[in-house]
Design a protein around this ligand. Structure first.
Ligand code: SF4
Length: 338
């Protein structure tokens, strides 16, 4: 077993000092609260505001339409009901095999080790997911192990949201060691937005846990706009690539945030500067409370056609939608499904 020193607390301090009050967020950005969020208090009660100060620092002051602010600020439109927008759009409760285990895809399974995220994205498809009732405890590990034994086709474990990088390095390393002990598991995939919103999370200990593991590691970060990728964030992402850890990005197409070709092109180019490859561009999951981020089909089609023309193929993310019960994400461009 490798032993790690648990010295770096800086990111954990940031995690314990999030902005959780909409009035404070607006004040930090020199914005008036009256103008922005009548009704937002109720929206906040349904899905709390959580945003790291480092992410607030990337927002433009005095701009009520800042694309980073729009992703996190509770809005009264979240309270509207819209046909087709539901609490569990991907049918995850049905795929929930054991506490914290979602087996949706044949060779991969998802493990949610924590319900906590560093940031609450208002469009999140898991905003209504009952995490607290669904986390694996230490003594659930034998059951998880047994489940894996019954499914030899599983060779990849995906640590997913809540955000696994809100865990301490010690806890994270413990789960990596457990998974390493199962011979059939070859790949460890980590889905996380923390490196974007608190870049210091990518510390030396974390990198060495991945580097010293026998598992092939892939970190899939989540960035929707080039403005999220300041120099510190890019240098941290670059340090993962230098350690030969594959880093991919998934973005969500969001009305008012990144729904124009120039923004999407700039995002891909900036990611590549940090050696992060664009992976998926998700069409919004129809989760209750996120209708105001949704885009019309013909607009999505036109946008994607434009970025295909402007970017080299290796910088074009795959346009996909996740459909409950499907064996894989559904590619959209050139298909009649969206
Ligand atoms: S970080 Fe990911 S899981 Fe957490 S709220 Fe945002 S989109 Fe959802």
């Amino acid at each position: 077993m490798t032993h790690y020193l648990y010295q770096s607390q800086n990111w954990q301090k940031q995690l314990s000092d999030l902005v959780t009050d909409p009035a404070e967020l607006l004040e930090l950005l020199d914005l008036s609260s009256d103008a922005l969020y009548s009704g937002a208090v109720l929206a906040t009660e349904q899905f709390k505001l959580r945003v790291p100060r480092a992410f607030v620092g990337k927002m433009q002051k005095n701009n009520a339409f800042d694309p980073l602010l729009l992703q996190v600020l509770p809005h009264h439109l979240e309270l509207e009901e819209h046909a087709g927008f539901v609490t569990d759009p991907l049918g995850e409760e049905a795929a929930n095999q054991l506490p914290g285990v979602l087996h949706k895809y044949k060779s991969r399974f998802l493990l949610t080790l924590t319900g906590a995220c560093a940031v609450h994205c208002r469009y999140c498809f898991r905003r209504h997911f009952p995490y607290q009732e669904n986390l694996p405890k230490n003594d659930d590990w034998p059951d998880i192990k047994q489940y894996l034994g019954q499914h030899p086709e599983i060779n990849e474990v995906i640590l997913s949201g809540g955000d696994p990088l809100t865990l301490s390095n010690r806890k994270f390393a413990l789960w990596v060691e457990r998974l390493e002990s199962i011979a059939q598991i070859k790949t460890l995939r980590i889905h996380s937005r923390v490196p974007i919103v608190i870049p210091e999370r990518v510390d030396d200990e974390f990198i060495s846990i991945l580097k010293n593991s026998r598992l092939r590691s892939i970190l899939v970060v989540h960035s929707n706009h080039a403005q999220e990728l300041d120099d510190l964030t890019c240098s941290k992402l670059l340090s993962l690539a230098t350690a030969q850890i594959t880093v991919l990005n998934q973005a969500v197409l969001l009305k008012g945030v990144n729904d124009n070709a120039d923004t999407l092109v700039a995002l891909s180019q900036r990611l590549f500067e940090a050696r992060v490859m664009p992976y998926y561009l998700h069409v919004l999951d129809k989760v209750k409370g996120a209708h105001h981020f949704d885009l019309e089909t013909d607009k999505i089609d036109a946008l994607y056609t434009q970025i295909l023309a402007e970017l080299p193929g290796y910088l074009v993310p795959k346009l996909v939608r996740e459909i409950a019960g499907e064996n894989n994400k559904t590619p959209l461009y050139g298909h009649a499904t969206f």
